[in-house]
Design a protein around this ligand. Structure first.
Ligand SMILES: Cc1cc2nc3c(=O)[nH]c(=O)nc-3n(C[C@H](O)[C@H](O)[C@H](O)COP(=O)(O)OP(=O)(O)OC[C@H]3O[C@@H](n4cnc5c(N)ncnc54)[C@H](O)[C@@H]3O)c2cc1C
Length: 604
């Protein structure tokens, strides 16, 4: 049982999306040996699905843009709970990271004078998203991968890490299994970077693929790291709602950036009726001004469809609840209407949004150049994650770093679209750099065989129970339904507490989970292993959600519908107590530096 293959690297990166690849490239450039592990084939990470673009204040389309405006937008979007140091570094370093990607071969769409083209997106004051049609993530992964394979990085594909190994306080490696043959692998490393992405599969309706089961969040938590802001889950306002088999698949915000409007079944553009006070001065108050903004008129304000995602999602939920929704429980997103404004609209739409055109044509038999789409909210992103130092990305556990969606802090209570791809580049690079530094400054730690034995025993236990044990798929489905219903877009104390009780029951069932067959590619076994992570992140989300008795960003409490001053002063941390139980801690937010405060004031 305890047999395993051993690999040794100075830096081990877990996850090969944008953050992991960028971290691996930087660590290798630092002169250390690097291993990169991923659950699926290289190039198939979540990042490849990213559509709309990468946010960076290049100021190519509007020269009023700067890192300061990007910083202020990110802080406003995050409702000031952000780790402001991360928001500062992110806004300052994103333009150079995008130019670097271009130098490595990324072919972005172009302005007429040959610069990188930038598009409008929700919550960004100026057009800021560098993009490649609506396939930006594909170009990003392709470029990072092409660059990365020349750096001498050892890639371990189709391998799932199930535990981090520790020597005293410090992380010294990881243990996992290859998904194809089910054999164990031990990775010895001086530093480990987590870049495992999100948690979307904890919910029933999600834009996330099968890989996003919160593994990195859970690995870090079990290793003793703090998680921060776990109550903030982003429900993207526009996922497909019909047919049922494709429910949740993302409809990029780029559709609204290109002029798409949201209407209810009465044909009303309902977003004009609910513009939050803190965005009023930046938002158009009539359709004509909104359209001028789309065309690039610098004197026009952005249309209300481009308000932040949390707000737009809640407005859609309200329309549906009050009986003004579309036939399948969403609202209409209409880009075809722009034919009233420009000639050659169908060709323009196909050029700007090729994936959306094909997605609706193939999956729903709808031509978006002539017909409105039906859309509704879908679980998309988690703002919360491993608590890291803003400069180095090291977690509270020595030797353990985190970057990308698995790390928390940058986005506060709500992430602006496009700020994830830039996050991956900026903080992937920093995590790789500081992990390499840590590896150079620290000798390898000791591997403790008892940790490996216990992880192997636990991983294989579903085979001991066999087919008479609990069905892992059924537990996963029950969990997803429960999280969707009780800890979803609109939350209430009694329901969240019920969810916490039910999580206890699901955990007991998961301890009795059984699988049939053998270790060679066995999806039931893989699901049984993923369950532990899904249950851990779900509990973290629910416990943080009970604690935050206010509504802010991605966290809406019907019983506390307003923002509260008291809750603006701290982040909520989740950590494992000495007794093994989950602890909830209020962490005061560090006072904002005076120069950054001024930037926010100047950009209000
Ligand atoms: C449809 C869609 C469109 C999006 N569009 C945009 C956009 O336009 N702009 C934007 O900024 N953001 C967008 N996002 C969000 C953005 O794509 C993600 O937040 C981002 O790609 C996450 O990158 P990452 O590197 O952190 O992780 P991922 O790209 O999610 O990669 C995670 C990696 O970790 C590996 N992994 C996970 N668990 C384990 C484990 N236990 N062991 C080993 N490996 C593991 C996976 O196999 C994978 O390789 C979009 C998201 C979706 C779903």
């Amino acid at each position: 049982m305890g047999e395993y293959q051993t690999h040794e690297h100075d830096v081990l990166v877990i996850g090969a999306g944008g953050a992991g690849l960028r971290a691996a490239i930087e660590a290798a450039a630092g002169g250390v040996s690097v291993g990169l592990v991923c659950k699926s084939l290289l190039g198939k990470a979540h990042t490849v699905m990213a559509e709309g673009g990468v946010a960076a204040a290049l100021a190519n389309v509007d020269d009023r843009d700067s890192w300061k405006v990007h910083f202020a937008d990110t802080m406003r979007g995050g409702q000031y709970l952000n780790n402001w140091r991360m928001a500062e570094l992110h806004a300052q370093e994103a333009p150079a990271c995008v130019r670097e990607l271009e130098a490595w071969g990324a072919l972005f769409d172009r302005t007429h004078d040959g610069k990188i083209l930038q598009r409008n997106f929700g919550g960004h004051k100026y057009p800021r998203l560098a993009h490649v049609g609506d396939r930006t993530g594909l170009e990003m992964i392709r470029t990072l991968q092409d660059h990365g394979i020349h750096q001498g990085i050892d890639v371990h594909m189709e391998c799932t890490v199930v535990t981090l190994l520790k020597d005293g306080d410090r992380v010294v490696g990881a243990f996992g299994y290859d998904r194809e043959r089910g054999r164990f692998r031990m990775f010895k490393a001086k530093a480990v970077v987590l870049a495992t992405g999100g948690i979307g599969r904890a919910y029933k309706i999600t834009s996330n693929s099968w890989e996003y089961t919160g593994d990195g969040h859970s690995l870090a938590y079990q290793a003793g790291a703090d998680l921060v802001d776990m109550e903030f889950v982003q429900f993207h306002p526009t996922g497909m709602v019909w047919p049922p088999s494709v429910r949740g698949i993302l409809v990029t915000e780029g559709v609204r950036g290109e002029g798409g409007i949201l209407v209810n079944k009465e044909g009303k553009r309902f977003m004009f009726s609910d513009i939050p006070e803190n965005y009023r001065s930046q938002t158009a108050d009539n359709p004509e001004e909104g359209w001028r903004y789309v065309l690039g008129d610098k004197n026009a304000r952005r249309p209300p469809e481009l308000l932040t995602r949390d707000h737009v999602a809640r407005c859609i939920v309200r329309e549906v609840r009050e009986g003004r929704g579309s036939p399948h429980g969403g609202v209409f997103l209409d880009i075809a209407w722009i034919k009233e404004k420009i000639s050659g609209a169908p060709e323009h739409i196909k050029k700007k949004l090729p994936s959306m055109y094909h997605q609706f044509k193939q999956l729903a038999d709808i031509d978006i150049t002539t017909t409105p789409m039906e859309v509704g909210p879908t679980t998309h992103y988690i703002m919360g994650g491993v608590r890291v130092d803003g400069d180095t990305q090291m977690s509270t556990v020595p030797g353990l770093f985190a970057a990308g969606e698995v790390a928390g802090g940058l986005h506060g209570a709500n992430r602006l679209g496009g700020n994830s791809l830039s996050d991956l580049l900026v903080f992937g690079r920093r995590a790789g750099m500081y992990a390499a530094k840590f590896a150079k400054e620290n000798a390898a730690g000791k591997i403790h065989e008892d940790q490996i034995d216990s992880a192997a025993k636990s991983a294989l236990s579903p085979f001991d129970r066999g087919p008479s044990g609990e069905n892992p798929y059924q537990i996963q489905r029950d969990l997803q339904e429960m999280m969707q219903d009780l800890v979803g877009i609109v939350r209430r104390e009694a329901e969240i507490k019920t969810a916490i009780d039910k999580l206890g029951g699901l955990k007991s069932r998961s301890e009795k989970v059984g699988v049939d067959g053998n270790r060679e590619y066995n999806p039931g076994w893989n699901t049984a292993i993923d369950l532990n992570n899904l249950l851990t992140v779900s509990e973290a989300i629910a416990r943080a959600a009970v604690e935050r008795k206010e509504s802010r960003g991605g966290h809406f409490r019907e019983d506390f519908p307003s923002k509260s001053d008291e809750f603006s002063k701290f982040n909520i941390l989740i950590r494992k107590g000495d007794d093994g139980a989950m602890q909830v801690v209020r962490q005061p937010i560090a006072e904002l530096r005076a120069d950054l405060k001024q930037i926010i004031e100047e950009n209000k």
